[in-house]
Design a binder for this molecule. Sequence first.
Ligand code: GLU
Length: 399
Amino acid sequence: MTEAKSLRLAGRIGQIQPSPTMAVMAEAMRLKAEGVDVVDFSAGQPDFPTPENIKLSGEKAIADNFTRYTPNAGMPELRQAVADRYREDYGLDFDSSNVIITSGGKHALLNLMLSLIDPGDEVVIPTPYWGTFAEQVRLAGGEPVFVATSEDDGFRMTAEVIAPAITARTRILLLNFPANPTGAVIGDEEIRALGDLIVDRGALFLWDDTYARLMFEPAPAAAFQYVQQKLGERFVIAGTASKAYAMTGWRIGWAMGSEAIIKACGSLQSQMTSNASSISQKAALTAVKADQAPLAEMIAEYRWRASRLRESLLEIPNLRCGMPGGGFYLFPNVSHYLRPGETTTELASELLDDVRVAVVPGTAFGCDGHLRVSFACSRELIEEGARRVKRFFAARANS
Ligand code: GLU
């Protein structure tokens, strides 16, 4: 008998890690399915159901047999509606030809990364950062360049912090605004300064606006208009219907940029996934076109939860925690409680084992010492989760 040869996987697979946020979420879901009473503070997704009008459009799409391919780049009406939404919300100048509809926000980002990055290109990513950014840059053959922001400064990505990282190889400056996991936001002047920083460098400005429609204060629209005017076709956006419209499972996102960039994304997409789900596109069309007023209620609720949970966590001695500018994450500093040599990966796993609270460790975001705590869950769960977390840290302090 010949000995079986070990299976060889492509080298690029060895260069990336599976999504740690998805992994923690999956573990929490697995435990819940087994009947374990887990408080899930890990989920990067709204607990609100998809609004009725959006769901109905999906149902209607099925009933109407709208179940075939759409154009590869998305339904023309949806591409137009997304462009219109950005004009209305932020005064940005995009047309339907500047939009491609993708299977979620991650797919939009990957389309952009693969269309824009050549081997050796650098992408400047402020830390703490959502892991997918770096992994996608690596998949595209580029090099993530991490720039640490400071907790004392609210993790703000300012031109002063970023400037030393800009080199002749900088291809993209990434602004995740508000940021996952910190909820950090920056002001009008600071966004303009970031645009100014790269205007003569030939680099692109990529705004991941996943959480922008869930900001607690209005987004500084004029600053983004300024960046678009300054950088022209070097200003690109990756967005999603997932968070603002509570549509994570529908998998709809969009990339926006110059016609040439969107065409490039289209070529790629035509060879990878083709169009995003036709049914989901119909639902997303309703989401972006409908009255956006219900968003305000969701935002108010998230804001309430953010301050309530933060207040509770701050009762834990020696824990620090800022208030996010939007989204649904807190990023408390728990480094006081780490044992020698321990990381938050171990701490988070003990938190899950001991008191059944799921959070994502800071190590997943290139920032140990912190935990990402999602408050995209009911008020009852926030109260219960906070009680358990306090019990856990009280026990640690005494151990
Ligand atoms: N973006 C969400 C999060 O950070 C969903 C999980 C993921 O896509 O990584 O939790």
